[in-house]
Design a protein around this ligand. Structure first.
Ligand code: XMP
Length: 318
């Protein structure tokens, strides 16, 4: 019978046997898979595991600082790298969603490669690949592990991709990963986090990306997500977030007409992200959230709620 305890025991032994005293590098994303992979490796090889957590400037509000603190609290040997400026520069003027994904993926690879070079004599690259990623190679792109797949065909691999690969979760499913995490003492809050795309807010800002738009969307997103938590709705939703739309619409403020941004809120139920239904959030919650966003976030004068299912509408707008 499969139990998280026996999985942990066997996997720790297998890792020790495989990598011995070698150094291993791993990219943390803040998500469940890379985190649990890191905790397992840390249990097996301790500080020979070098974790790198990159701030691409497209994370949620305060996410970089708070997740980094959590990682440190878990005893992980982690280096936080704030590369926000580098990503913003790489994205300047790009409007096409796939070009944005590429720019973000390439910037990530450059930053990660620079960091990996600073670890003397590193031999292995660890990844949080889980079984569905293995069987379905068309998985999403943009996250630390996924980025690597989508760049396999590009000539001249960065050096870290020439490392030997260790993937402790490649035989198990998401729910098993969560059970393993729980048995390792990972906090329920971290285990219950909604999925978040690797390109982050970069694909939730429709059109070109600027620091000001990122800041605006971070505020909107934080109000929405905090509200879901406060109303006990967060755990009933599979994924939620906000999109900054590339349209301005008319509003009034006092005697003045305003011409400001519109944001769309999206919350979906799903099991694997392949199909999804919009969530019937309480009107009262939507009303309060909308008021709070419009009152607090300068530059936004309109909020809409996305009531489209997938298919045909995707979860993200880009
Ligand atoms: P869609 O929008 O295709 O999203 O319905 C399905 C799931 O995949 C996530 N997603 C991504 N994840 N890089 C990622 O790591 C991406 O480029 C990307 N695009 C979409 C999305 O958040 C949802 O969970």
């Amino acid at each position: 019978d499969w139990t998280p305890q026996s999985f942990v025991e066997e996997t720790v032994e297998a890792i020790q046997e495989k990598v011995g005293n070698d150094k291993v590098v791993l990219g943390l994303s803040g998500g469940v898979d890379s985190t649990i992979a890191a905790v397992l490796l840390n249990k097996a090889i301790g500080d020979n595991l070098y974790c790198i957590f990159v701030n691409n400037g497209l994370l949620r509000k305060n996410e970089f600082e708070s997740v980094l603190k959590q990682y440190e609290g878990m005893g992980l040997n982690v280096k936080g790298v704030d590369a926000s400026e580098r990503f913003l520069t790489a994205l300047k003027g790009i409007e096409d969603p796939e070009k944005k994904r590429k720019a973000i993926g390439n910037a990530f690879i450059e930053v990660f490669d620079d960091e990996a070079h600073q670890i003397t004599d590193v031999k292995w690259l660890a990844q949080g690949t889980i079984y569905p990623d293995v069987i379905e190679s068309v998985s999403a792109t943009g996250g630390p592990s996924a980025t690597i797949k989508s760049h396999h065909n590009v000539g001249g691999l960065p050096d870290f991709m020439k490392l030997k690969i260790v993937e402790p979760l490649r035989a198990i499913f998401k729910d098993e990963v969560r059970r393993v995490g729980a048995s390792l003492g990972v906090s329920p809050e971290l285990l219950g986090r909604h999925p978040f795309p690797g390109p982050g807010l970069g694909i939730r800002i429709l059109g070109d990306i600027t620091a000001e738009k990122v800041r605006m969307l971070q505020e909107v997103d934080a109000i929405f997500i905090e509200g879901l938590k406060a109303w006990g709705l967060y755990d009933k939703v599979w994924q939620a977030g906000a999109m900054l739309l590339p349209v301005n619409s008319v509003g009034v403020m006092g005697d003045e007409r305003t011409y400001e941004k519109c944001v769309a809120l999206r919350a979906v139920e799903s099991t694997d992200g392949m199909t999804a239904d919009w969530v019937n959030l309480p009107y009262e919650f939507l009303q309060k959230t909308s008021n709070e966003i419009i009152n607090k976030v300068k530059g936004v004068n309109r909020v809409v709620y996305d009531i489209s299912s997938k298919p045909p509408a995707t979860i993200e707008w880009e």
